[in-house]
Design a binder for this molecule. Structure first.
Ligand SMILES: Cc1cc2nc3c(=O)[nH]c(=O)nc-3n(C[C@H](O)[C@H](O)[C@H](O)COP(=O)(O)OP(=O)(O)OC[C@H]3O[C@@H](n4cnc5c(N)ncnc54)[C@H](O)[C@@H]3O)c2cc1C
Ligand SMILES: *[C@@H]1O[C@H](CO)[C@@H](O)[C@H](O)[C@H]1NC(C)=O
Ligand SMILES: *[C@@H]1O[C@H](CO)[C@@H](O)[C@H](O)[C@H]1NC(C)=O
Length: 332
């Protein structure tokens, strides 16, 4: 019976742990995490399925597979279990300069380019002019709701949880046969991998039932969740500051209202800042480490940037495949 530890309880670590339970029902699985939902980066995401702030170095076929597997997972939940945070949503994306249709648009349930008249109707005259607009249907996964569902599933299947911060992987000792590193930006300190850096994002959660579509352009976004709507946002590279900046909040609100006047009546629920774990590519690979007298395999799964919710399921499936190789090879 292999003993597996997953460090990290974000959307990456928790989904990884749940898939390991499915694939290796005999394994003893422990999650070690400093913080858990609702206090982590994963909770700040609007959970919108859309690749964003993702490294360029992921092989195209791999990325396509991760995107497709994750989209299908969220869609399956949206159809049958909307209470677990998944929903189908339609809306607008505006481009100042016309762009080529992105390849990932093939995953959307529907995608079309709007005529100039439709653009004007959707955009109004108040906002800056745009050359192009798309209307499409995608999905979102409200992370806090889904993490709650996954946590319950994980614990009721016998998963263990230890709340603590690790300064080094060596603190895990020789207890485990396999370690998963799903620490997001935490990997920045834990791994000597300075390839991970924060991309700061400040957002506002508002209540505005009048807005039923998403609106995205190069500067701001408005992404409805089940009860609240996320207004964003910023993407500040290498900025670690977790404090709310009032001037930024004012700008986010005013810009969004200019483009979507119905937001004037929105009630502000909360201001949040999160740090996206950005890297040139997601790190998903096995490494061997000597801890005490034991050679232990570590499978890394971190660095998902602004797309953790868009990729997590495909990445967790690949993480489980790496685990199967390791377990077979070392006959754990
Ligand atoms: C404003 C904003 C909006 C976003 N919107 C979207 C969106 O719409 N769609 C989308 O796909 N993505 C979005 N993202 C990105 C998404 O939130 C991240 O990619 C994702 O949450 C990363 O998940 P994670 O599990 O790797 O990290 P986290 O959620 O940060 O989890 C890391 C876990 O590791 C633990 N940990 C770290 N270091 C240690 C340590 N040393 N010892 C013990 N435990 C440790 C933490 O406590 C935590 O449990 C957004 C991000 C931000 C900031
Ligand atoms: C989240 O943070 C708040 C405020 O620090 C704390 O009171 C709460 O216990 C934390 N929740 C969890 C589940 O750790
Ligand atoms: C993540 O992997 C690195 C090795 O590259 C290691 O130094 C670090 O301790 C690992 N962290 C965890 C918690 O697995």
């Amino acid at each position: 019976m292999p003993k597996i530890v997953v460090v990290g309880a974000g959307i990456i670590g928790l989904s990884q742990a749940c898939i390991l339970q499915e694939k290796f029902p005999d394994a003893e699985i422990t999650i070690v995490a400093g913080d858990v939902s609702p206090n982590i980066t994963s909770d700040i995401a609007a959970g919108f399925w859309h690749p964003y702030l993702l490294g360029d170095d992921i092989p195209k076929d791999t990325l396509k597979r991760w995107l497709g597997e994750t989209f299908d997972y969220i869609l399956r939940f949206a159809r049958s279990h909307p209470t677990h945070g998944a929903m189908i949503i339609s809306g607008y994306e505006f481009n100042r300069k016309a762009l080529k249709k992105p390849e990932f648009a093939d995953f959307f349930l529907q995608f079309r380019e709007l005529s100039p008249k439709e653009v004007l109707e959707a955009r109004g005259k108040e906002a800056y002019p745009v050359e192009q607009a798309w209307f499409y249907t995608t999905v979102f996964l409200e992370t806090t709701l889904h993490l709650k569902y996954l946590f319950n599933k994980y614990l009721s299947n016998g998963g263990l949880l230890e709340r603590r911060w690790l300064k080094s992987i060596d603190e895990l000792g020789e207890k485990y046969d396999l370690i998963f590193n799903c620490t997001g930006l935490g990997a920045n300190k834990l791994v000597d991998d300075f390839g991970v850096f924060p991309t700061r994002g400040q957002i506002i959660r508002v209540r505005c039932p009048e807005v039923k579509h998403f609106f995205i352009d190069e500067e701001t976004y408005c992404l409805p969740n089940s009860e609240t709507t996320v207004l964003g946002g910023t993407a500040e590279k290498n900025d670690h500051d977790l404090l709310i900046r009032p001037a930024t909040a004012k700008w986010i609100l005013e810009e969004n209202i200019k483009k979507i006047p119905a937001l004037k009546n929105a009630e502000i629920v909360s201001h949040k800042v999160g740090l996206r774990p950005t890297r040139s590519a997601v790190r998903l690979e096995t490494e061997y480490r000597t801890i005490g007298k034991k050679r232990v395999p570590i499978i890394h799964n971190y660095g998902h940037g602004g797309s953790g919710v868009t990729l997590f399921y495909g990445c967790a499936l690949d993480g489980a495949k790496l685990a199967a190789n390791v377990i077979q090879k070392s006959k754990i």
